[in-house]
Design a protein around this ligand. Structure first.
Ligand code: PLP
Length: 394
């Protein structure tokens, strides 16, 4: 006997994984250079060189038992002090180490936060287009997952749609900016307007509606655009941060949860998050990586390669007649599918060894996602294929 929901999740691959696996199989036949795989969001730039040196320094100057030993359940104090100092330097945010919980990347951090908020009947909102894993995370926590319709074509936040979905059972809304899959960065105006609405509704319902800020892409922005730090706009925000994308360390599983001191019920909320993490067996994030982060909070990604890809792809696709939102952040482009059926477009592209993910799983049919973590040469060689596909629809 086993749990049927868990079985369904484990036996059905996501559409992204299906495409990625297909791409690997096809590459074995036609050669890797002939497959244009835009499916998976796996960083393609290396971690900064300083990370490697820091690992060597730690191995040389730290007691080996301590390097590999358990840290405190909520994370090493030195690491939390370093992160608090960095956030305060950048955002004047008043972060204290006791507001931080070291986690194993955004995914388990989100799970802990949803479990912490999941009172009976709780509803948690996601804004389309959204990261598909939110649904199993929220439902696995025992809450109801609700989708806010997208703000087409800019992919900011459709406030009247948010308002329609807010009920007295709403405990949180997930905000992911820079956004996967749209690549948009929510502006300070968007976030301020959202904060005003949530404050009004929290007062009306007599309990806080938290923002759960999912921020693996916070530092991945281009052309001078910056990601506003949401707790400075709306204190009832719980941040789930990850070093997976910003430092290209997705396999190392390291990040943190931040519960602001001035959030409603901050101390109890932090304890509930820590308790939920404990109940999921998610404590003591990898010890060596905590030590690395303590010495590397000042590092930022070198985004030149992504930016070059972003511009080439954006210019090439718009020249060919595709419509897409402004890709100011992350490493994705979200493009309107010619013909309106993204699944059909993806299948047609697949026949030309071009792998693009239909937007249906992101709560946004009619669009497809491109992850531009690929070589620049492949971007350039794929543009004529995109152009030829567009011609077929004319
Ligand atoms: N949230 C979003 C929007 C993501 O795109 C991802 C990974 O792709 C995650 C969370 C999970 O990231 P992590 O590696 O930190 O668990």
């Amino acid at each position: 006997m086993y749990n049927q929901t868990a079985f369904a999740l484990g036996s059905n691959r996501s559409c992204i994984r299906e495409l990625f696996e297909y791409g690997r199989r096809r590459a074995a036949v036609v050669g890797d250079e002939n497959i244009f795989d835009y499916s998976l969001g796996n960083p393609s730039i290396p971690a900064p060189r300083e990370v490697e040196q820091t690992i060597k320094d730690i191995l040389a100057d730290t007691d080996p038992v301590q390097i590999h030993g358990y840290t405190s359940a909520v994370g090493d104090l030195q690491t939390r002090v370093a992160i608090a100092e960095d956030l305060n330097r950048r955002y004047q945010a008043g972060v204290k180490p006791e507001n931080l919980f070291m986690g194993c990347g955004a995914a388990p951090e989100l799970v802990a936060v949803f479990r912490a908020l999941a009172v009976p009947g709780a509803e948690i909102l996601a804004i389309a287009p959204y990261f598909p894993e939110y649904k199993p995370f929220v439902e696995g926590a025992g809450a109801t997952f609700k989708v806010v319709a997208p703000d087409v074509p800019d992919f900011q936040v459709n406030l009247s749609e948010v308002e329609k979905n807010l009920t007295e059972n709403t405990v949180a809304i997930i905000v992911n900016s820079p956004n996967n899959p749209s690549g948009t960065v929510y502006t300070a105006e968007t976030l301020t307007a959202l904060a005003e609405l949530l404050k009004k509704k929290s007062a009306q319902f007599g309990h806080p509606i938290y923002i759960v800020a999912d921020e693996p892409y916070r530092e991945l922005t281009y052309g001078g655009v910056e990601t506003p730090f949401i707790p400075c706009i709306y204190p009832d925000t719980i941040v789930c941060y990850s070093y997976s994308k910003a430092l290209s360390l997705p396999g190392e599983r390291i990040g943190y949860i931040y519960v602001p001191e001035n959030a409603t019920d901050s101390g109890s909320l932090y304890a509930a998050v820590a308790g939920a993490a404990r109940a999921s067996g998610h404590v003591c994030a990898p010890s060596m990586w905590q030590k690395v982060i303590a010495r590397c909070t000042h590092l930022r990604p070198d985004l030149q390669a992504y930016d070059r890809n972003r511009q080439a792809l954006y210019d090439g696709l718009t020249d060919a007649g595709y419509e897409t939102a402004r890709p100011d952040g992350a490493f994705y482009l979200f493009v309107k599918a010619p013909g309106g059926d993204a699944k059909a477009f993806s299948d047609r592209a697949k026949e030309k060894d071009l792998l693009v993910v239909p937007g249906d799983d992101f709560g946004c049919p009619g669009y497809f996602r491109l992850c531009y973590c690929v070589s620049h040469d492949k971007i350039l060689r794929s543009l004529p294929i995109f152009a030829a596909l567009m011609e077929e629809y004319k």
